[in-house]
Design a protein around this ligand. Structure first.
Ligand SMILES: Nc1ncnc2c1ncn2[C@@H]1O[C@H](COP(=O)(O)OP(=O)(O)O)[C@@H](O)[C@H]1O
Ligand SMILES: [Mg+2]
Length: 416
């Protein structure tokens, strides 16, 4: 068992395996690093998560420009990749150090870093294997984080799932299932980042279904930058979209995308949903900026709703897209009779949800427990995810020797 955390008052009875963890996330929107800190401990078979706060730190303009220049559909060089891996590792390290100081009163046990996805390699043309993930690359060298914080770092969580035959994403399925399984009705977790992903909770066979439904903000952001000549990075508060009308022909052309018809598990990214993809479908006579944004809001709302309407009585949404009222209104209109709420209402700040989910994955890795539920991502077998970079004390995790059994549920509990 790990040492108790100094400065924390833990209930004495049956509380075990405490870790104070900082989760770090930057998604496909590559807007910046979200850090969330939490205390995790096991009480019976319940993993109790106490959020300690979160911060979002934008990438510097220079780093963001380097990143955009390397992302698909652009090509890049080994030199650019090395510079980016270093720059992003250092940016993550700065945010991690701030999170330990500002959110954890200077003491944490572990950092878990998702890194920045540079490429998610989905096979499109292999005979019989379309949609298989062949590789995925998250950059942001963890040594910088370990050096800046002195803490061990779990990173590279997606690649083990891919090597085991899975999609490597979405990895939030474990968190969502442990957290929402006890809710009345059928809850579906939804994350609206650059890409939208859902977790449909386990039915009778015990496996959740997790997959990317398509773009959430990816095309909205690309269109906003395009129509404002890069003055706006996103349609703040959905202001443009709210003033527009859906263009039915364009919506139909956008919905005619084979990805939406592909069965789960499936994942996608900005390798597919980028500006050129959008401009190809817009054609030579573009609608007004407002109508274009309204149509893209309708696309996200429709594709998310189509993915959940047969199952959900409740949708628990998180991610930056929840801050776009035009998108949330369109989603609610697509799902009559379904309660659409944000994760904030259940104690998980929507901007911190993915970072907290990675913190929970890191807790599992620390104790040698698999980070995905059987069959959720398509992996042949659930595996312990990630690599560990030791901290200043050189210690490796206890792994299985700690004797922790897999938690059966997750409870989000306010600080005592
Ligand atoms: N106030 C807002 N109004 C509209 N959209 C917003 C707002 N705040 C954030 N967003 C959207 O959320 C996106 C970032 O969400 P995030 O969850 O960080 O995605 P990712 O995980 O892909 O980085 C932004 O690119 C933007 O599209
Ligand atoms: Mg983000």
């Amino acid at each position: 068992m790990a040492d108790p955390i100094p400065g924390t008052t833990l209930p004495p009875a049956k509380t075990r395996f405490p870790l104070r963890v900082v989760g770090l996330m930057s998604g496909t929107s590559h807007d910046g690093v979200d850090a969330a800190a939490c205390d995790l401990r096991l009480s019976g078979d319940t993993l109790v998560l106490t959020p300690l706060g979160h911060l979002s730190v934008p990438f510097s303009t220079a780093l963001r420009c380097e990143l955009v220049a390397a992302l698909p559909p652009s090509t890049t060089s080994a030199e650019a990749l090395c510079r980016l891996d270093t720059g992003i590792g250092q940016a993550f390290a700065d945010v991690a150090a701030r999170a330990v100081d500002e959110l954890c009163a200077g003491h944490a046990d572990l950092v878990v870093s998702h890194g920045q996805t540079l490429f998610h390699w989905v096979s499109e043309d292999d005979a019989g294997a379309a949609g298989r993930v062949r590789g995925t690359l998250q950059i942001g060298e963890p040594a910088w984080i370990a050096e800046a914080t002195g803490l061990p770092v779990v990173s590279g969580l997606r690649t083990r799932d891919v090597a085991a035959g899975g999609q490597g994403a979405p990895l939030v399925g474990l968190f969502d299932t442990l957290w929402l399984a006890g809710r009345p009705g059928t809850a579906v977790a939804l994350n609206l980042g650059g890409i939208a992903n859902v977790t449909l909770l386990p039915t009778t066979d015990g496996a959740p279904v997790t997959f990317d439904t398509g773009p959430a903000c990816a095309l909205l952001d690309a269109a906003t930058r395009y129509v404002t000549n890069d003055h706006l990075a996103f349609d703040a508060d959905g202001a443009l979209a709210a003033r527009g009308l859906v263009v039915p022909d364009l919506l139909a052309r956008l919905l005619d995308e084979p990805y939406y018809r592909r069965p789960a598990p499936k994942t996608t990214g900005k390798e597919l949903f980028h500006l050129s993809y959008l401009l190809d479908r817009v054609g030579p006579t573009p609608p007004t900026a407002e109508d274009l944004l309204a149509t893209l809001v309708a696309l996200t709302a429709r594709t998310v709703a189509d993915a959940v309407r047969d199952t959900a009585t409740e949708v628990v949404a998180s991610g930056g897209g929840t801050r776009n009222p035009a998108l949330m209104t369109a989603l609610r209109a697509e799902l009559p009779g379904v309660v659409v709420r944000t994760s904030d209402e259940l104690g998980v700040p929507s901007q911190a949800k993915e970072a907290l989910a990675f913190a929970v994955l890191g807790w599992h890795t620390w104790y040698g427990l698999p980070g995905v539920l059987p069959r959720a991502t398509g992996a042949r077998h659930p595996r312990v995810l990630g690599s560990v970079t030791p901290g200043a004390d050189g210690r490796y995790p206890p792994g299985r020797s700690a004797g922790v059994a897999r938690p059966g549920r997750l409870e989000v509990s306010p600080p005592v």
